[in-house]
Write a protein that binds this ligand. Structure first.
Ligand code: GLP
Length: 266
């Protein structure tokens, strides 16, 4: 289900909304498919790592970044050194063992960290097995680690079909910090098949929207027809907590990388 579209702004021009606020349309580039977008993104990211081997990245999981990560691995196989890059993942289910194959930790090991040769002391992800009484401290430490790394240079994001960012579901505070949150029922249902026969965890630890908005630059990727409603709402709809991705309109350096199917309603 997409977030409710409450306004009719047009991409590519400044838009006056019903509440008389002038909104700037975000930078958005449309590619024929996810492969083409991921190819270009990977080329740009590889150039960034060459220019600054100590780049600090924010990273998502899910199906959206898989082709980008495969191309990053190819660059590593061709000689690019990723060992001084620092990465902070957006979110993790809670509770979940890192060894569970559906954990985002296992996903990152499999898809990027191990095959691209990242330094395990420079890859950060919220823990799915922190004890309940230690969660607040764990989340605060995650925020501290981001600050100690100098902040996130480029935050890559996917978007949920309900407009979520990480596990920040509709209703999440735009100023929120890393925290334990409840997953939307739809989010759990979409993951149900891959978790079966065990149920999808009901909660997750996610960077807050406030944390995400502190990145110096944000790259949002959205591919496939099932993202079209969320993309339209995020890019053209009224900014509000009903659609977490509309928070990105409050950031000066955001670019949307979408395929034709995800851009179909714009
Ligand atoms: C998941 C994750 C998000 C991800 C989004 C889209 O639930 N918590 O971080 O960006 O939903 O996932 P996908 O790329 O598989 O569509």
């Amino acid at each position: 289900m997409g977030c409710a579209l409450r306004n009719d702004g047009l991409v590519g021009r400044g838009t006056v909304h019903g509440n008389s606020l002038t909104m700037k349309s975000p930078a958005l580039e449309i590619f024929p498919n996810a492969e083409a977008a991921s190819e270009r993104l990977a080329t740009e990211l590889v150039a960034r790592v060459r220019a600054n081997p100590e780049l600090v990245l924010g990273l998502p999981t899910g199906s959206t970044p898989i082709q980008l990560y495969r191309k990053c691995v190819q660059a590593a196989q061709a000689g690019l050194d990723w060992s001084r890059v620092t990465t902070f993942n957006l979110d993790e289910y809670w509770p979940i063992a890192p060894s569970h194959e559906q954990s985002f930790t296992a996903f990152m090991h499999r898809e990027l960290w191990q095959p691209a040769g990242l330094d395990p002391t420079r890859t950060f992800i919220p823990s799915g097995e922190v004890e309940p009484e230690a969660i607040a401290l764990h989340c605060a430490a995650y925020e501290t680690a981001i600050r100690q790394a100098g902040g996130i240079d480029v935050q890559f994001l996917g978007i949920g079909v309900n407009g979520h960012l990480g596990f920040n579901e509709p209703g999440a505070d735009f100023a929120g910090r890393t925290d334990l949150v409840d997953l939307a029922e739809g989010t759990r249902q979409r993951a149900a098949a891959s978790f079966a026969p065990v149920p999808v965890p009901r909660r997750g630890i996610t960077m807050g929207i406030g944390t995400i908005l502190e990145a110096r630059e944000i790259v949002m990727m959205a591919f496939g027809a099932d993202k079209a409603e969320a993309v339209q709402a995020a890019v053209q709809g009224e900014v509000g907590v009903h659609c977490p991705a509309t928070a990105l309109r409050e950031h000066a350096q955001v670019k949307w990388w979408v395929d034709e199917a995800a851009a179909a309603l714009l």
